[in-house]
Design a protein. Structure first.
Length: 72
């Protein structure tokens, strides 16, 4: 994550933590720096960041935000 903001780093860690806790080995996570790849924003019609895209199985699903851990 070259040039990533603190918010993006926290969101990425939260996604990785949740996927390893709830579905280990089930997901492939790719982090894209939109400053380095601005075309990705247009390609995926993103209007807010950070965003998580679920591509498979269809349909594409989008989650926007920090993805904070659940509070008990």
């Amino acid at each position: 994550m070259n040039g990533a903001s603190l918010r993006a780093e926290i969101a990425a860690k939260n996604v990785q933590r949740a996927s390893s806790e709830y579905a280990p080995g089930e997901f492939e996570i790719e982090v894209i720096d939109v400053r380095a790849q601005p075309q990705a924003v247009r390609d995926h019609n993103l209007v807010a960041l950070p965003a998580l895209l679920g591509n498979f199985p269809p349909p594409v699903r989008k989650i926007v935000g920090f993805l904070r851990p659940r509070s008990n």
